[in-house]
Write a protein that binds this ligand. Structure first.
Ligand code: NAD
Ligand code: UD1
Length: 336
């Protein structure tokens, strides 16, 4: 029996592949390389001593999905594949709805046809919208403020209906907070195309000299130092959360949303100061107006993951930033 990881060549997927291979699980990666490099495979092999199986395919193409489910005996799926840039999703919303929503419906349909009804889905804390007060808890109302967030919300709703229609489905929607960091080997990490949108890859590229200075989006929020507060989580902790969720699928029926966060908030300036201290590099920054759509404070209530999955984070902010810096300084041009 194999596990299928759609989007398994990407940032979070590749770290999850490593955790699963180290537990001797059979893994098949399904990815169209829209936002990934094939070089990831050799890096995974270097870390684990095992070459994961890779199927180049697109979730929007049913034939690709049919082929992979026919070729392998798939027991469960972790569904990472998707487009994830918030700004871009407002420019080309139809591409986001097509890729993320239509692609997911295709996947669930082919899974059902092959009687594979165990699924872990990559959702996001973005589904809590802008009106809930942190700590964010799974029972709070959901909403979205941009097309990317809408796709995550729609897929969660589709999965809820699917589980209601057929009790054989066992589904966990993992709502990630802000994944950062990299594998401690320094061999795999986040590799954004072009200028990064997210804070940590941006800071890392300033530290390595690719970008001149960081723009801090607002210092007038109602937070201790006025800058935005987020719940940063080490990508290896996040990957281990997927392993725990997979293990739980055989006991669960229905559709369950679970936060993966630390429960702690860190401000933009705290990130900058910690990065400076760990890297020994200067991180010049200027304060600029708030970014549209941002809110002051976002952090998780991580109780459900602990109670239901027996999972909690192990790696602190120093480890997250040490590992981000090792990855960035060893690979200043990513996988190129
Ligand atoms: P990523 O872009 O590194 O990985 C996504 C992978 O999916 C890429 O390898 C890409 O090539 C692949 N892909 C995209 N469209 C595809 C398609 N149609 N068919 C097959 N493969 C396709 O992103 P990531 O950071 O690893 O995120 C993984 C998942 O987690 C995404 O669904 C993302 O929305 C979600 N998520 C990410 C974050 C984050 O901050 N990184 C936060 C919350 C949720
Ligand atoms: C963003 C997305 C969110 C997505 C998440 C994870 C938006 C509005 N939200 O969240 O949907 O799920 O990424 O990938 O894009 N910051 C700066 N300067 C920068 C970049 C960021 O000051 O150059 C600040 C932001 O204002 C925020 C914090 O750093 O306070 C974190 O930003 P970011 O990494 O983009 O994550 P989120 O805004 O939490």
């Amino acid at each position: 029996m194999s596990l299928l990881l759609t989007g398994g060549m990407g940032y979070i997927g590749s770290h999850t592949v490593v955790e699963l291979l180290q537990l001797n699980q059979e893994v098949v990666i399904f990815d169209n390389l829209a936002n990934a490099s094939e070089a990831v495979l050799a890096r995974i092999e270097k870390i684990t001593g095992q070459q994961p199986k890779f199927f180049k395919g697109d979730i929007c193409n049913r034939e690709d999905l049919e082929q992979v489910f026919t070729e392998y005996d798939i027991d469960a799926v972790i569904h990472f594949a998707g487009l994830k840039a918030v700004g871009e999703s407002t420019q080309i919303p139809l591409s986001y709805y097509h890729n993320n929503v239509t692609g997911s419906v295709n996947l669930f349909d082919v899974m059902a046809k092959h009687n594979c009804k165990r699924l872990v889905f990559s959702s996001s804390a973005t589904v809590y919208g802008e009106h809930n007060q942190s700590p964010l808890i799974e029972t709070m109302p959901t909403s979205a403020t941009n097309p990317y967030g809408q796709t995550k919300l729609m897929i969660e709703l589709i999965l809820k209906d699917l589980a209601k229609s057929d009790p054989e489905w066992s589904i966990v929607n993992l709502r990630y907070f802000n994944p950062i960091g990299a594998h401690k080997s320094g061999l795999i990490g986040e590799n954004p195309k072009g200028i990064p949108n997210n804070l940590l890859p941006y800071v890392a590229q300033v530290a390595v000299g690719h970008l001149g200075q960081l723009s801090v989006f607002g210092d007038d929020y109602d937070t201790p130092d006025g800058t935005g507060v987020r719940d940063y989580i080490h990508v290896v902790d996040l990957a281990q959360g997927h392993v725990k969720a997979l293990n739980k699928l055989s006991e669960l029926s229905g559709c369950h949303a679970i936060n993966l966060g630390t429960g702690n908030g860190t401000s933009v300036l705290e990130i900058v100061e910690t990065f400076k201290a760990i890297s020994g590099k200067d991180i010049p920054y200027q304060i600029v107006p708030r970014r549209a759509g941002d809110i002051a404070t976002v952090f998780a209530d991580a109780t459900k993951a602990q109670e239901l999955l027996g999972w909690q984070t192990q790696l602190n902010l120093n480890a997250m930033i040490t590992d981000t810096w090792r990855w960035q300084s060893n690979n200043p041009n990513g996988y190129e």
